[in-house]
Design a protein around this ligand. Structure first.
Ligand code: NAD
Length: 381
């Protein structure tokens, strides 16, 4: 068990391997009059039985499930989940269980936050993103017609319960995406874990229990260490955005081009770190060896080491200009607010606001140099 502390908020995070029976027993102890399980059809098919059969012996269970995918995070789906829950007898004593990845997790978080102005929420994450990122956060949001996570609020869960064995059915691409995020944490927050990361990458079996537990513990440690005093993830927690300025821009452009088959979030962040490392070196931070380390890890992870084919520098730069970190640090038109590293594990700026203004020209030069590197390199995309 770990305690997640976000500002003044604390909740327990229980995890184990092959422990679904114990998870159900623990949830049963909350004395709920009803369980509202918010999930998606894929998770329901693959793992539903392990939760629902036993849970149903403790209280009535209502399952609210939708086809898997980011587009279910919508207002109409939120409204219909709320109406269904109320119509079938939810009360203030009911518990909403978020069962699945970050998508049903966010939808469930909002159902719990809004039902009778807030009922209890329990997370059972089943993806690396959910287990290592979204459940260690109070943020709950759905998408508007014009953008991601535009509609939301903060709602604290009672607890998180993870059966690490569930992650074994994830596609390799999802597990790799989780490892890319863990790599970000090692480079930006916990450089002393790089030796362990290299060992895990060398072993090669991403579904081995030891690897999955390492990944979880490492990610928890990193996230908790920077969000402890930062409940809303708007101060020290911004270090978690390392690699995200260029990474998110590439992710958006690539998904426009290739849809869901495009680059994963984690891979995009890994690529964004290659740019951030070069920028860090150009402004007097990281050394050439540090940049080489980023390259080595990206290659070991099978992440792209050059701008994915088909994307052009102008599109990527247009997306960089719309990056949402601008609001945290006043910057001029010709600058981006970025996380850059002074040394591995140490950001420039302050611990409380690890963002610095970087000239757009430098960002563009760096992206252009990574675009040029595509020639002569074999890419995954
Ligand atoms: N602070 C936060 O709230 C926060 C943080 C990070 C991400 N997010 C959100 O999380 C979402 C992304 O989460 P995600 O990547 O988990 O997406 P997701 O929930 O869509 O899951 C990805 C895919 O994996 C499938 N899946 C889930 N568990 C599985 C399992 N054990 N085995 C096989 N397949 C499984 C799902 O059905 C889905 O097809 C985004 O909407 C993002 O905004 C929120």
């Amino acid at each position: 068990m770990r305690t997640v502390a976000l500002g003044g908020t604390r909740y327990p995070y229980f995890y184990g391997y092959d422990c679904m029976d114990r998870i159900v027993e623990s949830i049963a102890a909350y004395d709920a009059d009803r369980f509202i399980v918010v999930t998606d059809d894929k998770v329901l098919t693959q793992h539903g039985d392990s939760l629902l059969t036993k849970l149903g012996t403790h209280a009535p269970v209502q399952v609210l499930s939708l086809p898997a995918g980011e587009n279910i995070k919508s207002l109409p789906n939120l409204a219909s989940h709320l109406e269904d829950a109320i119509a079938s007898g939810a009360t203030r004593r009911s518990i909403v269980i978020a069962f699945g990845g970050g998508v049903p997790g966010n939808l469930a978080g909002l159902v719990a936050a809004l039902l009778f102005r807030g009922v209890r929420l329990v997370h059972i994450p089943t993806t690396t993103v959910a287990a290592m990122d979204s459940v260690i956060s109070l943020k709950q949001a759905i998408n508007s017609g014009s953008g991601k996570n535009h509609i939301g609020t903060y709602h604290m869960p009672e607890a998180v319960y993870l059966d690490v064995a569930m992650l074994r059915t994830l596609e390799d691409r999802e597990l790799r995406s989780g490892l890319c995020e863990a790599t970000k944490n090692c480079l930006a927050i916990r450089p002393h874990s790089i030796a362990d990361l290299r060992r895990v990458l060398a072993e090669g079996d991403l579904t081995a229990p030891g690897t999955l537990l390492w990944l979880l513990e490492e990610s928890l440690e990193a996230k908790v260490s920077v969000t402890g005093q930062d409940r809303y993830e708007q101060k020290a927690g911004l270090i978690l955005e390392y690699g995200h300025t260029v990474g998110h821009a590439v992710e958006i452009c690539d998904q426009r081009l290739r849809g869901a088959a495009g680059i994963s979030h984690g891979e995009a962040v890994m690529f964004g770190m290659l740019a951030a490392a070069r920028i860090s070196a150009a402004v007097g931070g990281l050394t050439r060896d540090d940049v080489a380390l980023h390259d080595e890890l990206a290659q070991a992870l099978g992440a792209p080491v050059a701008v994915p084919s088909g994307l052009d520098v102008t599109d990527v730069m247009n997306a960089v200009r719309r990056d949402n970190k601008r609001g945290y640090l006043p910057v001029s038109e010709g600058e981006a607010a970025m996380v850059v590293l002074d040394q591995l594990g140490t950001p420039m700026g302050s611990r409380d606001l690890p963002l610095v203004p970087i000239s757009m020209d430098l960002v563009e030069e760096t992206v252009a140099s990574l675009w040029a590197e595509r020639h002569g390199l074999s890419l995954h995309h």
